[in-house]
Design a protein around this ligand. Sequence first.
Ligand code: PLP
Length: 359
Amino acid sequence: MSRVYNFSAGPAVLPEEVLREVAAEMLDYNGTGMSVMEMSHRSSAFQEIIDTAEADLRDLLAIPDNYKVLFLQGGASQQFAMIPMNLMRNRVADFIVTGQWAKKAWQEAGKYGKANKIASSEDKTFSYIPDCSDLPVSPDADYVYICENNTIYGTKFHTLPNTKGKDLVADVSSCFLSEPVDVSKYAILYGGVQKNIGPAGMVITIIREDLITDQVLPGTPTMLTYKTHADAGSLYNTPNAYCIYVCGKVFKWLKSMGGLEEMKRRNEEKAKILYDFLDSSTLFKGTVVPQDRSLMNVPFITGDKDMDAKFVKEAAAQGLVNLKGHRSVGGMRASIYNAMPKAGVEALVAFMKRFEEEN
Ligand SMILES: *Cc1c(COP(=O)(O)O)cnc(C)c1O
């Protein structure tokens, strides 16, 4: 068996310890004689799995008691519709468009009400975060929406926008659990788990309780109403049980590593190795303004498409895989999530140095 360093933006690298544990429990989970894949979601064994996962997530993020944790399906993209259907009571919401994911959320919300684009960084290919200290927030806005870490472009809100008292909704898919956050600053934070937490097929939505009501837009399907899932403890219908189980393992792994303060320290250390090299390189350069750089997704280019393609190909031959940039931007992108060891980033930089010397 030989494992590669997988720099994919998602589905992405998982902690090797977690993969070994779930492999060991594949045929017989905890004396049940069956795999979690084969288990009833109504069984006591599974109830314990989901309860423990939620408790550990609450611990990691210090989630206040007046927030619910929902394990939902449909990925992050389903939330683009579910949020306006549940929250757009005045049918107005404001969007800060900092990349393709925020743009998709903005466009989707436009199906349900007035979706205002109050700031954007599209003028410079989303390579920065706009100044959000004094935006024209709509007086009747139901919420202000951001994508906190822009997976494709490699930017991150290091300061949350001034929403002028309006509720903040954030897509945190690609920075989920990468550092501590103050949950009370958000009305909703949610993320697809396949970036920094677990296998694909689930989104975790952390939502303030007062937003969970029957007052949803007319025609909202039962399955897309937060209250349905909140009332049923995320077990209204069959959930993605195996995904919840693996995410729970990752939460335990994060706790054993020292929690989110320690993950932040590690992530800063890893990102610094890569950014310092990019800043000194004569061949490669980063594409994001330094103050808005993401710790998780690091895009870079050589400025020459053929050279980029050669780099991606030769890197893969060295076991450094999935470094091709998103199809919409080209170049390269190294995603260095929680589960990417420092040794992986060091191996990447060592290869980049060699490639620079040879080209
Ligand atoms: C990947 C990603 C999405 C889309 O996630 P799906 O689970 O595939 O719907 C949305 N937002 C961000 C920030 C992402 O990185």
